[in-house]
Design a protein around this ligand. Structure first.
Ligand code: FES
Ligand code: FES
Length: 231
């Protein structure tokens, strides 16, 4: 695979081909200048007044002040208002993980999070993982090294999820397949279990699993650990 395209996949700048969405929910409903009204007899302007609010979202270290429809999902705001299109829309129902972002370091399906609920949280998307100098996050580097994608559509969600997985393991959080909750170790079964919410329609799991294991080694190495991984 061309190196340039691979870099784009792990940085989340792949071409977007998400299903067509309704008109930007972050912008709608826009009050027209006319005097139309809804079925309740309320004017469009009045409807907009009760459905829109001023929001402040902190994303990848930057504060954004936005005027948003209160019903807007975080995913739609990221993609349609802020052009952070790394987070992908797959199912829009919390079932595929393509939209995974980090909220205060914990993974979340941004299609299920109302933007209003993300206020006051540190939101990290795939675009925010690389260092300021452009150096890839260890998980991004491992996905690149292991060719852990085909079309790349699920990749940003997989990477964000894996970043949180490494944190969960480092903090000793057990999963459903953990053998010893007092000594949590990452192995292939643990990766498969913990990443089960991230679906890859291309079936690139054979490379995704070793990439996550490798990322743990890279992370542990950077932190001065022994990087031991159970296989
Ligand atoms: S788009 Fe959010 S889980 Fe599928
Ligand atoms: S690489 Fe295509 S869906 Fe995962």
């Amino acid at each position: 695979m061309a190196a340039g395209r691979s870099q784009a996949y792990v940085r989340g700048v792949t071409p977007t081909h998400s299903p067509a969405t309704a008109a930007d929910p972050g912008r709608s409903p826009t009050a027209p200048s006319g005097a139309s009204s809804d079925t309740s007899g309320r004017s469009d302007a009045a409807t907009a007044a009760v459905t829109r609010s001023a929001y402040r979202l902190r994303i990848n270290g930057t504060e954004h002040e936005l005027d948003l429809d209160n019903r807007a999902s975080l995913l739609d705001v990221l993609r349609d208002r802020l052009d952070l299109t790394g987070s992908k829309k797959g199912c829009d129902h919390g079932q595929c993980g393509a939209c995974t972002v980090l909220l205060d370091g914990r993974r979340a399906n941004s299609c299920l999070v109302l933007a209003v609920a993300a206020q006051g949280r540190e939101i990290t998307t795939v675009e925010g993982l690389a260092g300021a100098d452009g150096e890839l996050h260890p998980v991004q580097q491992a996905f690149l090294d292991h060719d852990a994608y085909q079309c790349g559509y699920c990749t940003p969600g997989q990477i964000c999820s894996a970043v949180a997985v490494l944190d969960e393991v480092a903090n000793g959080w057990p999963s459903a397949v953990t053998r010893d909750p007092d000594a949590v170790e990452l192995d292939r079964a643990e990766v498969r279990e913990r990443m089960a919410g991230n679906i890859c329609r291309c079936g690139a799991y054979a490379n995704i699993v070793p990439a996550v294991l490798e990322a743990q080694r890279l992370t542990a190495g950077a932190a001065g650990g022994d990087g031991a991984v159970t296989r």
